[in-house]
Design a binder for this molecule. Sequence first.
Ligand code: CDP
Ligand code: MG
Length: 725
Amino acid sequence: MPSMANATEGGVGVGQKSNVPSSAKNRSVEQSQSLARKASIAQQRRSLPIASAEKRLVVEVRTHDTLIIVGETGSGKTTQLPQFLFNGGFCDGGKVIGITQPRRVAAVTVAKRVAEECGVELGQKVGYSIRFEDVTSRSTRIKYMTDGLLLREALLDPFLSRYSVIIVDEAHERTVHTDVLLGLLKDVQRARSKYNTTQINSDKVNGNCSAVSGKEGITHCPSYLKPCQGAKFFPLKLIIMSASLDARGFSEYFGGARAVHIQGRQYPVDILYTYDPVRDYLNAALITILQIHLEEGPGDILVFLTGQEEIESVERLVRERIRHLPLSSQNVVTVSIYSSLPSEQQMKVFRPPPPGCRKVILATNIAETSVTIPGIKYVIDPGVVKARDYSAKTGLESLVIVPTSKAQALQRSGRAGREGPGKCFRLYPESVFFELKDSTLPEIKRCNLSSIVLQLKALGIDDIIGFDFMDKPDRDSIKKSLEQLIALGALTDEYKLSDPVGQQMSRLPLDPIHSKAIILATQYNCLEEMLITVSMLSVESIFYSPHDKLEEAKVAWKRFSCLEGDHITLINVYRASVEFIEKSKIKDSRVKAIEGNLKKWCRENFINNRSLRHAQDVHSQIGGHVQQMGLTVNSCGDDMLQFRRCLAASFFLNAALKQPDGSYRAMESGQRVQIHPSSMISGTKPDCVIYNELVQTSRPYLRYVTRIDPLWLPELAPQYYAAQT
Ligand code: CDP
Ligand code: MG
């Protein structure tokens, strides 16, 4: 901080005289900075389009049990509405307003912003809760969370009884969690109004709508929601918020619920297309960034990329190219934002660049609607997005890079016109735009449903096909996931949640297949190893390989690599990092020093520092669950055979056999696949492997692969392989 450096120079030196003690000077500088920031935030809030609608919105929520709110991105829905409702009395008596987000980053950044706007410490009145991170307390009244997390809460408290209002934000994203949540909330709302005594302490909460909330549910309150005797609930207000204009669909789903529109501000955006299709969109994005920087007027640039790896690679290239520009043109800072970015890094995108500097923001589609970043004038849209894809026939789920929809392209270009006229560079020809699909298929139609079906079963919802989904998932997908859950032992042959395996699996915030691995591991004496493995598999790429230093990186990774498989390699990396941290603590125990040393260690070993730290967090979280469940954390020591047998027993659905031509056949689907070249065992080509991911890039590849003995499959998973052969 330059202001502090100046104050120090002027004040602290021994023997120097100053009338004002330096610490007091610093304090006063900080105080005036903080006052200026408060004033600027207050001014920003007042100028948001939603600000003038505060009273109207509070009345709308009082008078309607369910409300659909549609508004242009950046109009202030996510940050302001919960505060309006708080001030309107909806938290009186200790009630909580819950706001769900499809993405972790949005939940975290918005909660931080709102805490700052309210002038409170994060985790007190305003907090957030996402998988593996809970920053709330008993005094939290405005709680941001992921949609998946609220579903998990329903397992513990089926009536979601602390919430007076639940806002499902970004509903247009139609994530699988949002869709399930909508169905569930509809039931919870009905059930709560049925068991509602309507003698709620605050008139403000009920307003004049108690009659509305009392009746509806009586006839069709779902049977899985049965309160304890004497339980009384206050009615639940539901608000569905969406950026795009598909309010009608939501309104119909909620029995003709009222929809209100918030008028946004949008300046004209010039759309530019390429003449021809581009071959390498990363390179095209890089060139466009440099061109804008050198040829266009001031304004920040937002670039849409598909994931962490792309973002990191473009960030490196931009920095490198900028360094070679004349000094006067080096005034560029790059920042990035994507879901797995550790939370302390996420806020950087919101900071204004240094004066005279241009900010280049490299983002995933999170910046489409979930977070609004100020200052953007230019958008670069390569027209692609990473999405889940699933085939019920083969049971395979994969992450694929696909063209965006028209709606997404429009949202992206809109980001350039928030504060003034802007420009959007679409890195594809105009004819391609007209061929794009109008909107994206809801995720529930293109993902493996095992995790969701397990959760619904754990909630007591037995008839999955009959559940009131806004868009029904395909029958085949439901059937496939039921089969998989039976094979994993989570469901009985009668499709009931099994006890204890199914119960335990549903409690872990993991993919069913990972939960199964954790639960089985105690029996194989390797829970310690499996905890590390699952944590490392839960984060984005641990290994980081710059294009120009791939060979160097491979040499560095050799230290950890195990020819038996990538899972053991991951354990080796994790353990080496823990050992390094312990050693470095002896030399210097200050947190900052340890962090700095670890960063250096990661750089030297071509390990992704952010991912590694995230994995450490995940490890301690799952460790907590495991402890609560009373599982013994044992270790197989050097006996990795035990561990590999446990992998086979857990991941038997993901097994692949080598074919005479050297390729592999995924046993469940019959699909021809290859081991990804990044795998440590891609050179040895074992006869039989289990894998963790099937990625579909130029061709289908298996990632995180470990060699197993094919005979283990019928031995360890007879329920599946005896029936298959
Ligand atoms: O939800 P909606 O898209 O309608 O808007 P919002 O997320 O509530 O954002 C309202 C304003 O707050 C925007 O102008 C953002 O620039 C600002 N904001 C911010 O400065 N920092 C954040 N972490 C979040 C929002
Ligand atoms: Mg929003």
